[in-house]
Design a protein around this ligand. Structure first.
Ligand SMILES: C[S@@+](CC[C@H](N)C(=O)[O-])C[C@H]1O[C@@H](n2cnc3c(N)ncnc32)[C@H](O)[C@@H]1O
Length: 233
C-alpha cells in the first residue's frame, strides 16, 4: 500500500487534472440541478452503472453503502438485491439529492431498509468494518487528486475484511479521443459546467491498498472504468 503521506500523484495519476471547485461549490451545484438531474444525465451512463452493480453482485442480507447516490436509482436496485433483511446506506453531499432519493425509496416501498445520510464522503459517519460492500458511480472523480488516497483509505476503513468496493468512473485508461480532450479542456476552463474529470480508477484503488479482483474498461462517449477492489487482511 502507498504511504498516504508520500503519495506521488504524478506516478499514480499522471496528467490527471486537478479539481477546481470547492466542496461548497460542488454541493451548491448538485443542490441546484437535483430536480433536473435525471433529465440532464447522459443516457449512456446507465449501462455503466448496471455493469458496476453486476460486478458488486449485492446478496440478500448484506449491508451495502453507496457513495454519491444522486437521485437514488442505484439505491433502489441495491435495496431490492439485499432483500428485507439487508440494509442499504448512502451518503451524498447534496441535501436536495437526499430529499429526492428518499422520496424514491419511499415510493418504491423500500425505505425501511434504506438509510440516507447527507455529508462529505471524505469522512464517513460509520464504524470501521461495518459494511459488506461499497458502490459508487461517477463520484470518485469529483475528489481532488492529492485527496484520492486518503478518501479511499477512509472508504476502506468502513469495509469489513474481504469486503468489496466497486467504482464506476470516468477513466484516463483506454482510448482518449478528441471528445475526451474537449471534455478535459471544458473541465479546466469551465469547472462550474463540467465538474468531473477522468482519473486512473484502478491505479488509485491499488495505491490505497485494495486488491483488484475485477475490472473492465467500457466506452460511452468517453472511457469508463468499472473496477472491483477487495479489502485484504
Ligand atoms: C455525477 S453525480 C452521480 C450520481 C449517481 N451516482 C449517478 O451515477 O447518477 C455525483 C454525486 O456525488 C455527490 N457528491 C459530490 N461530491 C461528494 C462528496 N464529497 N461526498 C459525497 N457525495 C458527493 C453529488 O452530490 C452527486 O449526487
Amino acid at each position: 500500500m502507498t504511504n498516504v503521506e508520500h503519495y506521488d500523484a504524478e506516478h499514480y495519476e499522471p496528467g490527471v487534472s486537478r479539481v477546481f471547485q470547492t466542496k461548497d461549490e460542488t454541493r451548491a451545484f448538485y443542490d441546484k440541478i437535483a430536480r433536473v438531474y435525471d433529465l440532464l444525465a447522459e443516457r449512456s451512463e446507465q449501462p455503466m452503472r448496471e455493469a458496476g452493480l453486476r460486478m458488486l453482485a449485492a446478496q440478500s442480507n448484506e449491508r451495502i453503502l453507496e457513495i454519491g447516490y444522486g437521485t437514488g436509482h442505484c439505491i433502489v436496485d441495491l435495496a431490492k438485491a439485499v432483500g428485507p433483511d439487508g440494509e442499504v446506506w448512502g451518503i451524498d453531499l447534496s441535501q436536495n439529492m437526499q430529499g429526492i432519493a428518499q422520496q424514491l425509496a419511499e415510493r418504491e416501498g423500500l425505505a425501511d431498509r434504506v438509510r440516507l445520510d447527507c455529508g462529505d464522503a471524505a469522512h464517513l459517519p460509520y464504524e470501521s468494518e461495518s459494511v459488506d460492500g461499497i458502490f459508487t458511480s461517477f463520484t470518485l472523480e469529483l475528489f481532488d487528486t492529492p485527496d484520492l488516497p486518503s478518501v479511499l483509505t477512509e472508504w476502506r476503513r468502513v469495509l469489513r475484511t474481504s469486503g468489496r468496493l466497486v467504482v464506476v468512473g470516468l477513466s484516463k485508461e483506454g482510448r482518449q479521443g478528441l471528445v475526451m480532450k474537449a471534455y478535459e479542456w471544458t473541465h479546466k476552463h469551465f469547472p462550474n459546467l463540467m465538474d468531473c474529470r477522468p482519473i486512473f480508477v484502478s491505479r488509485a484503488l491499488e495505491a490505497a491498498g485494495f486488491t483488484i479482483a475485477d475490472q473492465s474498461i467500457e466506452h460511452m462517449w468517453v472511457a469508463v472504468e468499472v473496477v472491483k477492489g477487495v479489502k485484504g487482511t
